[in-house]
Design a protein around this ligand. Structure first.
Ligand SMILES: CC(C)(COP(=O)(O)OP(=O)(O)OC[C@H]1O[C@@H](n2cnc3c(N)ncnc32)[C@H](O)[C@@H]1OP(=O)(O)O)[C@@H](O)C(=O)NCCC(=O)NCCS
Length: 198
């Protein structure tokens, strides 16, 4: 097993952890980063709508995002979540996406879910593949996970291509799995198991 897709570097401004990949920075932010997170969410509000739960207008405010960042940080500090905001090394102050490992379960399961989204303009460059591969390696290495699950709507070809390229395989089909854009939607259960030692 080789771990070479990332390096842990000095945290960027307003972050408490930063992972560097070939082109990207993946950071766990402090509440002070709320403005750049809110800018990203407002910019992509229409683009993200068909892929996310319905949000109240107050969700798109700095005050609300500050409170989400506070809650994410609490979960991160309890090893229950690793919420990574994505930026490029060229422009570390602009958020271009999010990759989040959540519902981390220890004990006999050692598993987590993963969710992600990109800025509309940042698609088509392989950024999410780069982030997801590094993020999964980080979770296997530092959280000793055995299994990572991504649930993807069957119509979301870009997302299915992305997880397949990262080694996830179909392990099931979850009917009416999650509330997305006003209704419970079916999802394909894609799973990545910890690579076996070489
Ligand atoms: C899902 C989502 C993250 C995928 O974005 P993406 O840019 O297609 O993801 P990838 O990182 O896998 O990029 C692959 C694309 O980059 C291209 N690419 C360009 N340079 C590349 C490089 N250096 N390495 C790899 N791929 C590269 C690939 O050819 C591919 O383009 P194509 O789809 O036109 O063939 C994005 O569409 C999104 O945010 N959607 C809305 C939210 C969402 O669906 N979230 C997931 C819910 S399950």
């Amino acid at each position: 097993m080789t771990w070479n897709s990332f390096e842990i570097v000095h945290p960027v401004k307003d972050a408490c952890l930063t992972i560097q990949t070939k082109r990207l920075l993946l950071s766990v932010y402090r509440p002070a980063a709320a403005k750049k997170v809110t800018d990203y969410l407002i910019k992509n509000r229409v683009f993200h709508k068909p892929y996310t739960q319905t949000h109240e207008p107050s969700y798109f405010t700095v005050a609300e995002q500050k409170s989400y960042l506070r809650s994410d940080l609490r979960l991160y500090n309890r090893n229950m979540m690793v919420p990574l905001w994505i930026s490029t090394q060229q422009d570390p102050d602009t958020v271009i996406g999010r990759l989040s490992f959540y519902n981390i379960i220890g004990g006999a399961m050692m598993s987590s879910f993963v969710g992600y989204h990109l800025d509309e303009q940042a698609q088509g460059k392989g950024y999410m593949r780069e982030a997801l591969k590094a993020g999964c390696e980080f979770m296997f290495r530092y959280y000793h996970l055995h299994r990572i699950e991504a649930d993807v709507m069957p119509t979301n070809a870009r997302s299915l291509n992305c997880v397949q390229d990262c080694g996830f395989v179909k392990m099931g089909y979850n009917v009416e799995f999650m509330e997305i854009d006003g209704g419970y939607k079916d999802h394909v259960m894609m799973v990545l198991l910890r690579p076996k030692p070489e």
